[in-house]
Write a protein that binds this ligand. Structure first.
Ligand SMILES: [Ca+2]
Length: 363
């Protein structure tokens, strides 16, 4: 089932669960990191209309898109993030953006009004899975289940499980519910589900460039939407994972799983949850060489909408869309894609209990 295998891709980044204690923040790595970015220059474009409900104005402008190798930073993780380079200059027009990811309550209104059935609630097509017994074609989705022990840290099937009957309203499968989680981001939504919701809401998915511009909140060369340190003043600024992934989740940030959408402080544009909690779909196809195609230090790429097709050398033949922001399952030792500028990818028809979305709207 390639569809299922490729869903592991988000979690399949090289993993070494060797905990090191990050030393005290040193100035030099931050300086070297910062030096690779030019300042963000916001445009003066202003909308004529009042802010749509729950949205804030993102001014647009020019910014340095991408990320420097974060590994020298004190909490920079273990990945070079080469698919987010070269850092290059991009200009995006201004737009409205949802302050939070779409919540369970909002998604419920959409489903109640339209009768929409999400991808995770539909049986798998037998033609796409020849030879697979019918009982294995039941609707379902991927759920992170904490394993009691891990034999091989590269084998993510030990913690990602395909759960029949798991979907947005039953995030852990039959018997689970979203009661009391109305303010949490909706999850188990495939890309197609997000696009359908967007059409209904009169909005659209952000491009990867718009998402990144917004996440930076006007800052430049900072690894997080709030600035330079993972925990300024020892305060958790996002819902990520603490402890030894994937077997120990100490939830020092207050949440073992998903947090409500306004739990942590917003960035300077008033956006909540642009790091951690849930991944967010973007409209772009994923390719690791997207930025390389935009070369030329004096070239400003205007409103890029991504490549015409997708290619992931880790899984050739499996088209993927971009996701941004990381999730509650990312740590400073594993994944680490809550760092602004880093990129995620997954198959558009896949869903999991760490993936949601937020929307934008043109003025
Ligand atoms: Ca957490």
């Amino acid at each position: 089932m390639t569809g299922v295998n490729s869903k592991w891709q988000l979690a399949a980044v090289p993993l070494l669960v060797i905990l090191i204690t990050a030393g005290p923040a040193r100035a030099e790595p931050f300086e070297a990191f910062r030096a690779q970015f030019l300042p963000t220059v916001e445009s003066e474009q202003q909308p004529e209309e009042d802010a749509p409900d729950g949205m804030v104005w993102i001014p647009g402008g020019g910014f340095s898109m991408g990320v420097a190798d974060p590994r020298p930073l004190p909490s920079g993780g273990r990945e070079a993030m080469g698919d987010a380079r070269p850092i290059h200059r991009v200009y995006v027009d201004g737009f409205w953006m949802d302050q939070t990811p779409v919540t369970n309550a909002e998604f419920e209104r959409f489903v109640d009004e339209t009768g929409y059935v999400t991808v995770a609630e539909r049986p798998l097509n037998p033609e796409e899975f020849p030879g697979v017994p019918e009982e294995n074609l039941a609707p379902g989705s991927l759920v992170f289940i904490t394993p009691s022990m891990v034999e091989n840290v590269r084998d993510f099937t030990q913690w990602w499980q395909w759960i029949p009957g798991a979907h947005w309203r039953a995030p852990y499968g039959p018997g689970s519910s979203i009661d009391g989680k109305e303010d949490a981001p909706v999850v188990h939504v495939a890309w197609e589900d997000a696009v359908t919701y967007a059409d209904w809401a009169g909005k659209r998915l952000p491009t990867e460039a718009e998402w990144e511009f917004a996440a930076r909140g006007g800052l430049a060369g900072k690894p997080y939407p709030w600035g330079e340190e993972l925990r300024p003043g020892d305060k958790w600024m996002a819902n990520i994972w603490q402890g030894r992934f994937p077997v120990e989740n100490t939830a020092k940030d207050g949440f073992e799983a998903i947090a409500p959408v306004r739990e942590y402080p917003p960035n300077d544009y008033g956006l909540y949850g642009m790091a951690g909690n849930v991944w967010e779909w973007c409209s772009d196809w994923y390719r690791p060489d997207t930025y390389g195609e935009r070369t030329g230090p004096d070239v400003v790429v205007r409103n890029p909408s991504g490549p015409a097709d997708s290619f992931d050398p880790a899984e050739p033949g499996v088209p993927k869309r971009v996701l941004r922001g990381g999730s509650f399952l990312c740590t400073d030792q594993y994944c680490t894609r809550y760092m602004v500028g880093t990129r995620g990818k997954t198959e558009p028809d896949s869903s999991a209990n760490h993936t949601g979305f937020r929307l934008v709207k043109d003025p």
